[in-house]
Design a protein around this ligand. Structure first.
Ligand code: PEP
Length: 256
C-alpha cells in the first residue's frame, strides 16, 4: 500500500513570515489527525524557518522548492542541499516545469540535484510533464519516457524508492484545466510500467506518483481514486487553509 502524499507548492507566495503564519495557524488544526496522508508544505526560502517552527510538533513536513547540487562555493544566490537539511527541510521539489521553462533547467541539471538531495537525506519530489503542443502532437508518452530516463538516470532502486514522482501536465498547471482522471491515470500507469521495466514490479508498485495541475477540492477525490495516483502536488489551492485541508481529506478518503 502506498501512503498518499499531498504537497502544497506555495511557489513565490506566502514568503513573508506573517503570511505563512496566518495560513498555517488555520491549516494545522484542520489536518491535525490526518496521519494516513503525508502532508508537505513547499515554502519560499525566506519562511522555511518560520514554517519549520510552526509545524515541528505536527504531522506536516517541510519542503523547499529548489536547491543547487554543489555543496558550497561561488554560486551567488544559490542554496545547497545540506543548508536546507540543517534547518529542518525533509523534502525538496525538483524539476518543476516553471524551473525547467523559465530558468532553463535541463534533465541533466535536475539529475545532479536529485542525486545530491538523496545523498544528504532529503526526500525529492521530482516533476515531469508534457507541454500542450506535445500532447496535441501525440508525443506525451515519448516526452515522459525521455524525462524519466534522463532525470532519474543512474538512480539505484533504493534511491528511486525514496523519490516521489509528480506527473504534472504543463497545460494543466495554474490554468484551471485539470487532466481528466482517465487522462491522468493513463500516464500514471504508463510511468509505473516504465519503472517496472527499469527496476522490477515490486519497486514500481512502491514508488509514489502524485498528480499535479489545477487540483482543487472539487476534483481531488476523482483524481486520487485512480489506482496509480498517490495524492497531488498542489499550487494555487495550497495557498488557502480550507482548500488545502479539503484536498488532504480527499486523499484520506480514497486510500486504496
Ligand atoms: C504546481 O505548482 O505544481 C501546480 C500544480 O500548480 P496548480 O495547482 O496551481 O496548477
Amino acid at each position: 500500500m502506498r501512503k498518499p502524499i499531498i504537497g502544497g507548492n506555495w511557489k513565490m507566495n506566502r514568503g513573508v513570515p506573517t503570511e505563512a503564519k496566518e495560513m498555517l495557524d488555520k491549516f494545522i488544526p484542520l489536518v491535525k489527525d490526518m496521519d494516513t496522508v503525508d502532508i508537505v508544505i513547499g515554502a519560499p526560502f525566506t519562511v522555511l524557518s518560520t514554517v519549520h517552527d510552526l509545524i515541528k510538533a505536527t504531522n506536516i513536513k517541510l519542503s523547499a522548492q529548489n536547491m543547487h547540487f554543489e555543496e558550497n562555493g561561488a554560486y551567488t544566490g544559490e542554496i545547497a542541499a545540506n543548508f536546507l537539511k540543517s534547518i529542518g527541510c525533509e523534502y525538496i521539489i525538483l524539476g518543476h516545469s516553471e524551473r525547467r521553462d523559465l530558468f532553463h533547467e535541463t534533465d541533466d541539471f535536475i539529475n545532479k540535484k536529485l542525486k545530491k538531495a538523496l545523498s544528504v537525506g532529503l526526500n525529492p519530489i521530482v516533476c515531469i510533464g508534457e507541454h500542450l503542443e506535445e500532447r496535441e502532437a501525440g508525443k506525451t508518452k515519448e516526452i515522459i519516457q525521455n524525462q524519466l530516463n534522463n532525470t532519474f538516470k543512474d538512480l539505484s532502486k533504493d534511491e528511486m524508492l525514496k523519490t516521489v514522482i509528480a506527473y504534472e501536465p504543463i497545460w494543466a498547471i495554474g490554468t484551471g484545466k485539470t487532466a481528466t482522471p482517465k487522462q491522468a491515470e493513463e500516464i500514471h500507469a504508463f510511468i509505473r510500467g516504465l519503472l517496472a521495466n527499469k527496476y522490477d514490479l515490486d519497486t514500481a508498485s512502491k514508488v509514489r506518483i502524485q498528480y499535479g495541475g489545477s487540483v482543487n477540492p472539487a476534483n481531488a477525490e476523482d483524481l486520487f481514486k485512480q489506482q496509480n495516483i498517490d495524492g497531488g502536488l498542489v499550487g494555487g489551492a495550497s495557498l488557502q487553509a480550507d482548500s488545502l485541508s479539503e484536498i488532504v481529506k480527499a486523499a484520506d478518503k480514497t486510500i486504496k
